[in-house]
Design a protein around this ligand. Structure first.
Ligand SMILES: *Cc1c(COP(=O)(O)O)cnc(C)c1O
Length: 374
């Protein structure tokens, strides 16, 4: 390993997770979500692997992400669901990317886009998350405007979708409320004369536990990367998912220190006895969460060891105790529980966040290496 650290991405595990999710939603089409650089795994490689594995769709947030896939030669249906003010929609529409409209203003932006193709549009409904999309009278206005443009052949309305706020809490009444609101929106669209559309509502959590939310297509992100959508749903192994990314580095310095040694900024860790400290050459500049200071663990020579003191910008220190290791010894920050490694979920717990953030933040000097490439 010549880089300070590498994110080893196991495409066989990714394909196995896609198959597992297919089994959970066998009658729906599958959209593999590769936004935010494939949740930090590398969007283009994951997109190609997903299409080869049989996913019918790709999902991203911005049209720029979609165009980047097209530029890399990835074809197949792609939906970009975010429509920022001033977004340049023309290149995406011309590249055959489906776009979303979550308000009349956003629909107007689609209609005004300088494109040679007729835009393919998915209408975004706010069924209860109060993030993107509209509800009530605003939704009726959106549907009316979209139906006019559709019947006037200025756009093709190909989908209607929404997003669940509490899918990772299967007991929450919000899930049923959102499903009901979604059905009402689909009915309103049908009353406006548009019935031949893809209806989609489910994210990873709903794909795994809420068949009533599957409809025609499920949008699966985090679970495809082998990370649990939420603690209430269980660990990845309980859900039949395999870790895809292993973040590994190597000790850059190993040294013995006496008791009473303050470690890293602010001396938030002070050794209680003589111990060995190991320096790992990545830090929050590479996306390693600083909030995991003093709490997260890594695996070194088969032993779990803890981060000692604060995570710095480019480096962090491990308390190796009496481990007999040398400079160059492998460090696994997170990977697979089955191999005894801490998981992305463990780091999330240590940092008070979610597994999504642990992998998506990674960047900086970390390089990707792919296993199981076709
Ligand atoms: C990110 C996202 C998804 C995927 O969610 P996961 O919980 O990662 O499966 C699906 N739909 C939309 C609109 C999203 O923003």
């Amino acid at each position: 390993m010549s880089a300070p650290a590498e994110a080893v991405v196991d495409l066989d595990a990714y394909r196995a997770n896609l198959a597992r999710l297919r089994g959970a939603a066998p009658t729906a089409a599958q959209m593999a979500v590769v936004k935010a650089d494939g949740y930090g795994h590398g969007a283009v490689t994951m997109a190609r692997a997903a299409l080869e594995a049989g996913s019918e769709w790709l999902g991203v947030a911005t049209v720029e992400e979609a165009v980047r896939l097209r530029s890399a030669g990835v074809d197949g249906p792609v939906l970009a669901w975010l429509c920022p003010a001033g977004a340049d929609l023309g290149p995406a529409i011309d590249a055959g990317v489906d776009v979303a409209a979550g308000s009349v203003e956003q629909l107007d932006a689609v209609l005004a886009a300088p494109a040679r193709r007729r835009p393919r549009v998915h209408l975004k409904v706010d069924t209860g998350m109060a993030r993107g999309g509209v509800r009530g009278a605003d939704l009726s206005a959106l549907i009316a405007a979209a139906a006019r443009a559709h019947h006037g052949a200025r756009i093709e309305v190909v989908g209607i979708f929404s997003h669940l706020a509490c899918a990772d809490e299967p007991g929450s009444p919000v899930n049923a409320e959102q499903r009901t609101a979604f059905d009402a929106a689909v009915a309103e669209l049908a009353a406006a004369g548009i019935t031949d559309v893809l209806r989609h509502l489910a994210n990873s959590a709903a794909t795994l536990v809420d068949p009533a939310a599957h409809h025609d297509l499920v949008r699966v992100g985090i679970a495809t990367y082998g990370i649990s959508p939420g603690e209430a749903l269980g660990a990845p192994e309980d859900l039949g998912l395999q870790a895809v990314m292993t973040l590994r580095s190597a000790l850059a310095l190993v040294r013995r220190v006496p008791a009473g040694t303050g470690v890293s900024y602010g001396h938030t860790f002070v050794t209680q006895r003589p111990t060995t400290l190991g320096l790992v050459p990545i830090g929050y500049g590479d996306g390693v969460l600083r909030a995991a200071s003093n709490t997260a663990e890594a695996l070194v020579a088969g032993t779990r060891v803890r981060v000692a003191g604060r995570v710095c910008m480019d480096q962090l220190v491990l308390d190796l105790g009496d481990l007999d290791v040398r400079r160059g010894e492998e460090v696994v920050l997170f990977g697979s529980a089955g191999r005894g490694e801490p998981t992305a979920e463990d780091w999330a717990r240590a940092a008070g966040t979610i597994g999504y953030e642990v992998v998506t933040r990674l960047g900086g000097r970390i390089v990707h290496r792919y296993l199981g490439a076709p």
